[in-house]
Design a protein around this ligand. Sequence first.
Ligand SMILES: Cc1cc2nc3c(=O)[nH]c(=O)nc-3n(C[C@H](O)[C@H](O)[C@H](O)COP(=O)(O)O)c2cc1C
Length: 329
Amino acid sequence: MLLLAPLQGYTEVEFRRAWSTVFSGIDLAVSPFIPLAEGIRFRDKHLRDVLPNENKRLPVIPQVLGNDPAKFLNLATRLKDLGYETVNWNLGCPKRTVARKKRGSGILPYPELLRDILEKIIPELPLRLSIKTRLGYENPEEFFRLIEVYNDFPLESLIIHPRTGIQQYEGDMFLDVLDQTIAQIKHPIVFSGDIKDKQSYLDLKTRYPQINDWMIGRGVLSNPMLPEIIINKDNDKDLRDRQIYFHEELYCEIRAKFERTNPTLNKMKDYWSYFSLWFTDSEKIFLKLARMDDLSKFMIFAKRTLKEQAFAPIEGRTNRQVKVGEFKV
Ligand SMILES: Cc1cc2nc3c(=O)[nH]c(=O)nc-3n(C[C@H](O)[C@H](O)[C@H](O)COP(=O)(O)O)c2cc1C
C-alpha cells in the first residue's frame, strides 16, 4: 500500500482533493497534525481538514499532536463520532517549540513518559491507534528503548521516519539503526522517508522485504505522478496537460480556502518551492515567482511555465525544496 505523508502546510484537504482528481496510486493519506493544544473543546474549524464530506476521494487517517491524555481521548471521541476507526499520533514533529514541551519528537527521549501516556490512553481509546515516530530526538539509539514501549501496546501500525528530531528533514537517514532493530518490532511498519523516485523506492523495498506499506511526502510534491510510476500505472504521454489541470484545481481550492489574494499568493509560492522542481530551470523559475507580489501576474507566469518549460528528468529528481537565498542570483 502507498500512503500520502502528512506535510503541514502542503497536504491538507485542498491538496489531497486536487491531487486525487488528476493523479492516482495513493491508497490512504495521513492528515497533517491536529494540535491538542487548541483546548479541550474541538469545533468543526479544527477538524475541517478531516471532515468526511470533504475527504470523499482519498481516505484519510486523522493525526493528532500533543501529550495530554484527556485531550487526546476527547478528540478521539469526536473523530469516532465523525466515523473514523483509526487515529494517528504524531511522535515525529521536530519543531523546537513543539519538542521543548515534550510533544512530537520531543517525547522520544522519555520512554517512561510515553509509556505512562499510552497506559492512560489505550484502555479508553474508542479508535485503533497508529503512531508516527522518528528514531529519537537527539540520538537514533533512543529507538532501542522506544521499541520496548511500542511493543507493549496494541498498535495498528508504526510509521517510521528514520531520522532524529534534531535532523529535521535533512541529512542521512539512520538506516543502520533500523536494520539492527527492525526484527524486534512487533507491529506492521510503514516506512516514511526520502522516496523521491522509483529507484529509491526499489532500493528500500529490497533492503526491507518485510515492509509492505510505504509513505511518500515531498516526492509527491516534486513529482505528482510518482505513486503511479511506483505502481507501474504511469502515463506520461499527457503529463503536461495533467500537471496543468492539477495546478488549476489546486489554485481553485487554495483561492476558495484563503479568499484574499495575499494569503493565496503566499500559499501558491510555498507549493512552487516544490513544483519548480518539475523543471530543469527550477531555481530560476522559483526565484522569479518568489519575487512576485501580484497574484494575477504570478498565475500568468506559473501557467506559462507549466505550458512551455522543459521538464527535469523524473528519475533522480531531487525532492529538496527550493529556497530563495540558497543559490546565486
Ligand atoms: C513541510 C513538512 C511538513 C510536515 N508535517 C508533518 C506532519 O504534520 N505530521 C507528520 O507526522 N509528519 C510531518 N512531516 C514529515 C513527513 O510526513 C515525512 O515523514 C518526512 O517528510 C519524510 O518523508 P518524505 O521524504 O517522503 O517527505 C512533515 C515534513 C515536511 C517537510
